[in-house]
Design a binder for this molecule. Structure first.
Ligand SMILES: C[S@@+](CC[C@H](N)C(=O)[O-])C[C@H]1O[C@@H](n2cnc3c(N)ncnc32)[C@H](O)[C@@H]1O
Length: 455
C-alpha cells in the first residue's frame, strides 16, 4: 500500500534538496587519523587478573570491559572509524545519510506542533559527521524552525572521539569542563557551532537535560554489551568467559554450571531458539528513551543492523575491516552484536506514561526503504547535477549504492523509531459517527517508514 506523506515533509525535502541548497558533494572515504600507538596497558592482563580473582565473567561484562573500560577500552582509546580504521559507517559514507536524518528530525518536530525547544540528542556520535550533516540541514531550514531554541547534546564515552566530534562541530570553539567550571554538572565538554548553537557532551543519557528532544542512535545499540545463553538439558545456561587452563595468554568460553541471575531474568518464557543473545543495557537505554518521550514528547530514531528476535549467534569482532576472533587480543578490535529490535520494542512498549498512553514503535524497515522514503534519489540527482568532475560523480553513485543496495548496506541495516503513542493514533471519531465493526484505524504515517511520493 502506498501512503502519502503530508505536505510538510515533501516541502522540507524539496527545500533542502533544491539545487541551490547543495553545499558539500561528498566525503572522501579515507580520513581517519592513525590509531594512537602509545604502549597500551594490557587489556588481556587486566581481564585475566579479574577472572582469576572473581571467576569467569559474563560475555556482557567482557564486552563492556573491552569496549569502554575507562583506561584501556577500545572506544576510549581509538579512532576506529574510516577506511584506515576497523570499520566504516553510513554517515561516513555519504553526507546524504545525515541530511535525510535531519529532514526526519524537523518533520517530527513539526508533527509535534513545533515546540519552542528542540534538543537534538545523539547517542554514540563517532566522528560527529551525522550531527554535522543534520545541523547543515537545520541551518538551511532556519526559516521553517522560526524562533525555536535548538541545542545539541552528545552522549559519548570516548575522550578520543569526543575531541573529534568537537573539532567537526565546533572547530576550536569547545572546551573540556573541569570541576572548577561552575554549574556544568555532568557536562564534560561544551562548545558552540559556527551558527551559535550550544553543544554539550555527557557520558550517560540520564544526564541530558529533559525537554523536547529528538534522539538519534546510529550504530550505537550494537556496541552495547550482550549476555549470551545456551539451552541445555538442564535448562538455560549463561555463556561465560574464562582463562584457558593451559595458558594465561588465552581466553575461552565456558558454560555456567548453574543458572545465573541473568539467565533467570532475561530469557523469555516459551523461547524456542537454542542460543540467545540479550542486550539488557540496550533495554535499559530504550526504557530511558521511552520514559523521556512519554514525559516531554519527542522521538528516537535508531539505525543499526539487527533482527526481530530470530537470530542466535551474532557476537563478533572487527579489525581492519575483517572479522576478528572476539577473544583474541581484546581491546584491539571492535566487538558487536546484532540488535534485537523485538526486545527493544518490548522494553519501550512496557513503559507507561504518568498521564496514560505510552509510546509507539515503528519499524524496523530496511535502510534502503527508509532512505528512499525520505527522498535519497532526489537528493542524489541534485548532487549529481551540481558535480561536473567525473571522479566525484562516480564516488557519489558508489556511496549511494553502498547505502541502499540490498547486497550492501540497504537490507542489512534497519531503521526503527519510538514516538509518543498520540503521534501515530488517529484522533477519536466524533460521537455519533458509526465505525465499521472490528476495524482499528490505520496509524498516522511517519516519514521514512511510509512511502514518500512527490505529487
Ligand atoms: C560503532 S560507533 C558508531 C559511531 C557513529 N554513530 C557512526 O555511525 O559513525 C559507536 C559509538 O558509540 C560510542 N559508545 C559505545 N558505547 C557507548 C556507551 N556505553 N555510552 C556512550 N557511547 C558509547 C562509541 O564511542 C562510538 O562513538
Amino acid at each position: 500500500m502506498r501512503l502519502f506523506l503530508g505536505f510538510k515533509t515533501r516541502y522540507l525535502a524539496r527545500k533542502v534538496f533544491s539545487p541551490s541548497a547543495a553545499v558539500r558533494w561528498l566525503r572522501p572515504l579515507s580520513t581517519c587519523s592513525p590509531v594512537e600507538d602509545k604502549p597500551r596497558p594490557s587489556m588481556l592482563k587486566h581481564l585475566t587478573s579479574k577472572i582469576k580473582a572473581t571467576g569467569p565473567i559474563s560475555v556482557a561484562e567482557y564486552m563492556r570491559e573491552v569496549l569502554t573500560n575507562p583506561v584501556t577500552g577500545y572506544y576510549v582509546r581509538n579512532n576506529m572509524l574510516g577506511a584506515e580504521g576497523d570499520f566504516i559507517t553510513s554517515p561516513e559514507i555519504s553526507q546524504m545519510f545525515g541530511e535525510l536524518v535531519g529532514v526526519w528530525i524537523i518533520s517530527e518536530w513539526i508533527a509535534a506542533g513545533r515546540p519552542e525547544q528542540l534538543q537534538i540528542v545523539e547517542l554514540g556520535p563517532g566522528k560527529g559527521s551525522l550531527t554535522k550533516d543534520v545541523l547543515r540541514v537545520l541551518s538551511q531550514l532556519r526559516s521553517v524552525l522560526g524562533g525555536a531554541c535548538v541545542s545539541v547534546h552528545l552522549v559519548e564515552v570516548s575522550p578520543v572521539l569526543s575531541a573529534l566530534q568537537a573539532q567537526a562541530l565546533t572547530g576550536s570553539e569547545s572546551h573540556v569542563t573541569t570541576e572548577e567550571d561552575e554549574g556544568e554538572g555532568p557536562v564534560y565538554r561544551r562548545g558552540n557551532t559556527p551558527d551559535g548553537l550550544q553543544v554539550s557532551w555527557y557520558r550517560r543519557l540520564q544526564d541530558v537535560p529533559k525537554g523536547f528532544s529528538v534522539h538519534v542512535a546510529q550504530e550505537f545499540f550494537d556496541a552495547l554489551p550482550v549476555h549470551k545463553f545456551q539451552k541445555t538439558p538442564r535448562g538455560w545456561r549463561e555463556v561465560l568467559v574464562d582463562v584457558d587452563p593451559e595458558t594465561d595468554e588465552k581466553l575461552r568460553f565456558v558454560l555456567s554450571p548453574t543458572a545465573t541471575l541473568a539467565s533467570t531474568a532475561l530469557i523469555q518464557p516459551g523461547e524456542r531458539r537454542e542460543h540467545v543473545e540479550v542486550c539488557a543495557e540496550g533495554g535499559v537505554v530504550m526504557q530511558l528513551l521511552s520514559n523521556r518521550i512519554c514525559e516531554t514528547g519527542g522521538a528516537a530514531l535508531i539505525a543499526d543492523y539487527g533482527h526481530d528476535g530470530t537470530k542466535t549467534d551474532t557476537f563478533r569482532g572487527f579489525k581492519g575491516h575483517k572479522l576478528h576472533d572476539v577473544l583474541t587480543s581484546p581491546g584491539s578490535a571492535d566487538l558487536t552484536a546484532d540488535v534485537d529490535f523485538s526486545y527493544l520494542r518490548r522494553c519501550a512498549e512496557g513503559v507507561a506514561c504518568a498521564e496514560g498512553g505510552g509510546v509507539a514503535c515503528v519499524g524496523p524497515v530496511s535502510q534502503s526503504s527508509f532512505l528512499q522514503n525520505m527522498g535519497i534519489d532526489a537528493r542524489l540527482q541534485v548532487l549529481l547535477k551540481n558535480t561536473s568532475d567525473s571522479d566525484s560523480r562516480a564516488q557519489l553513485l558508489r556511496s549511494y549504492h553502498t547505502l541502499v543496495d540490498p547486497q550492501q548496506m540497504g537490507e542489512r541495516f534497519q531503521f526503527f523509531a519510538v514516538l509518543p503513542l498520540s503521534r501515530v493514533q488517529r484522533p477519536k471519531p466524533q460521537t455519533g459517527l458509526k465505525l465499521e465493526k472490528n476495524r482499528s484505524p490505520a496509524p498516522l504515517p511517519v516519514a521514512g517508514f511510509t512511502t514518500l511520493t512527490y505529487t
